[in-house]
Structure formats: structure tokens, C-alpha cells
Design a protein around this ligand. Structure first.
Ligand SMILES: [Zn+2]
Length: 97
């Protein structure tokens, strides 16, 4: 796997790790939120325009929670400092997903 893709996958999966520590269970969480959050964080983190384009294309798939969730996160324009704030993100989940 090319290095730029590896970094993207690691950031995506670390976001899931944070979600699990923060929300304990994914049982009451929408898949669109879980995957959209991870995709959005990985997308923000990535400096590589080539990869940004790949994620962007994947996100245009409206039939997949990765895509629809990512699009929602992009539209919400949540300040970076809030993206790992547990209570703020719980409110985002409950209000928009
Ligand atoms: Zn994921």
C-alpha cells in the first residue's frame, strides 16, 4: 500500500479508536456518523491532493455511509478543536444524524 494511503487508513482507524473510548458502544450510534467522522478526519489530515481526490470521489457515492456521512461532516464545518470533543460530538450525532 502506498505511504499516503497507509496514513489515511491509520488516521481513519485511530478515529474509530477515539470514538470507541468516548462513546463506549456504537450500538446507539448511526453508521453514517461513525464512518463520516472517520473519513472527514482522515481527509482533513491528509496533505496529499491526489489522495484528497480519491476520498472525494469515494464520498460522492450516496449509497454508502462513508460518502453520505463524509458529505454531512463537510457541510457542518465543525471547528477542528471540536472534532474530538466528546459531548460536542454527541450533540452533533443527535442533532444531524
Ligand atoms: Zn471506518
Amino acid at each position: 500500500m502506498p505511504q499516503f494511503k497507509t496514513r489515511n487508513v491509520i488516521v481513519h482507524e485511530l478515529t474509530h479508536f477515539w470514538q470507541q473510548l468516548s462513546f463506549q458502544s456504537f450500538e446507539n450510534m448511526k453508521i453514517e456518523f461513525i464512518e463520516g467522522h472517520a473519513e472527514y478526519i482522515a481527509w482533513l489530515h491528509d496533505k496529499d491532493e491526489q489522495l484528497k481526490a480519491v476520498v472525494q470521489r469515494k464520498s460522492e457515492d450516496k449509497s454508502h455511509p462513508y460518502g453520505t456521512g463524509f458529505q454531512k461532516f463537510k457541510q457542518l464545518q465543525i471547528p477542528f478543536s471540536k472534532l474530538f470533543n466528546k459531548s460536542y460530538m454527541q450533540k452533533v450525532h443527535n442533532k444531524y444524524f
